[in-house]
Design a protein around this ligand. Sequence first.
Ligand code: EPU
Length: 597
Amino acid sequence: MNIQFEHNKDLTNLTTFKIGASAKLYAEYKNVEELRAISFSEEFLDNEVFYLGGGSNVLFNGDFNGLVLKSRINGIKKYQKNKETVFAIAGASENWSDFVKWTIDEGLAGLENLSGIPGTVGASPVQNIGAYGVEVGSLIHKVECFDIITKETVTFSAEECKFGYRDSLFKNEGKGRYIVLRVSYKLKNSIIAQNLEYGPLKSLQEKLGRIPSISDVAEEVLKTRDSKLPKPDEIGNAGSFFKNPIVRIYFYKEVMSALYPEIPYYKTEDPLYIKISAGWLIENAGLKGFCIGGAEVYPKQCLVIANKGNATAQDVIEVAEHVKRKVLEKFGITLQPEVNIVDTDIKVTILGSGTSKGIPEVGCFCPVCRSDSQKDKRTRCSALVETKGVKLLIDVSPDFRQQALATEITYLDAALITHSHYDHVGGFDDLRPFCIGTKFPVYLRKDVNEDLHRRLDYCFKDTLYPGVPSFEVHEIDEAPFIIKGVKIIPITVLHGKLPIVGYRIGDFAYVTDAKTIPETEMEKLQNLDVLILNGLRFKDHFAHFTVEEALKTINELKPNRAYLTHFCHEIGKHEDFQSSLPPNVFACYDGLIIHTH
Ligand code: EPU
């Protein structure tokens, strides 16, 4: 089968943001056989792959250094199950709005509230699109996918799709594995509107003087959308840039509604949580019309960031960061992007580069501990990794509070823990700002989890003291896992005799506190652009690589660049130490920023 791969494909008009970007490689497939053939190709196997639907929920932050795949699987048909129920089945690349219009013309009820949403049928289950009181997950019967791993087709029931608010299996553990081919929706053989619960639809029956039909609802929804949301062919945008935040009911009752009784909210399926309007928060943080470069908080619906014509992806990201910061400052709520920010770049900030005692050591007057140079002041080891719009903290050092203040961390998606020694977890209580109204996700080994439950027993009691941090604990083993689309490969190394974890993300890896790296794990560290590795000092240590051992490992792994970290004061002054290292090896210092991919 002859698959055409285009090189340097311009993606500007394939996304509704209409912001310039290109893909190193691009291909389309019309059926599952073509997709299967692509999945065996070198272009597929050697590159990061991104599946593009209608491009209505995506922002390419710069050129995509990989393969972009686009479905051209078309076709719509219906199948009458019985008098009441009809299944409407559509190919992934069908235009969503046109498909909804077709269901209305066919006299099939259910999807009318979802009229006018930009994008494709294939994106509807991924994103669990929703509007005006209806989420598509409640109408999905089956989703047929191609499984990239088994190379077979697989069909998921609605339950197996694990639909949540703008969430599904396909955005989490299934991301990059299951590619939607076709979706079947369970609709009613009726022209009567099914759901009039949401805002402007509530008064429709009274306004019309009769029971509204599905076309009436579609018309009203399109009118409302037109009045609030910019049309992507006129003003580039990706709909809501953020999700409506879901907060604990007590936070809503005690804090938000007490201070702001008018704040719009929606019930969720879980009575302990409530969803509040992000658009309202943004508007009431004074950000209506806020601009950076060509990107603007859209004045008629502040949840949208619009491209006024000449916005760069960086403008949009800066506006989004500003919005997040201001909303957090004013309301103590962290907004999460709904838009899929795609980039292959990784930014790593070294938050701390010192060993367990830090530098200066308490009570030490050696020249290193007394050095005036900022680079000789080393807090306990930790790093911040930012990629694809996701912020991950590696280890929560006892100095985390100072590190977060110094680098202005206002938001984190999760923490990855290497092991439970105090210098790597001592700052857990200072994660409180990231637990407001939500549980903060932490990824760690079973033994670390058990240790954490002992140390922080007050965070895991049945009755909690108000304000203690709350964690969503994910136990990890050797298997790769995904956080919001970022694939993370655990690397098990030995810290003395203790098995601990390093992490690989793309062509970047962070390994600290290693004394031995088993062969299997060395395999996982091949072909790196950047490796961060511990090198405590020159003298032997029972549990840590010396500088010599670290350099030997670097020599075997041959990353493009390596950075040493986790130093004690015996390493000497930073500048002297740096000048003793080979050309592609660098000494970390607190605040160092490394860009990789
Ligand atoms: N509001 C403001 N200021 C704003 C925007 C909204 O005060 O700038 C208030 C409104 O007055 C209203 C409430 O917030 O009381 C809700 O506003 P709206 O009905 O526009 O809905 P939304 O919650 O802001 C969600 C979806 C939209 C969907 C609408 C209608 C998300 C992230 N967004 O927005 O979906 O069209 O409901 O159902 O859930 C999208 O996902 O891209 C999208 C546009």
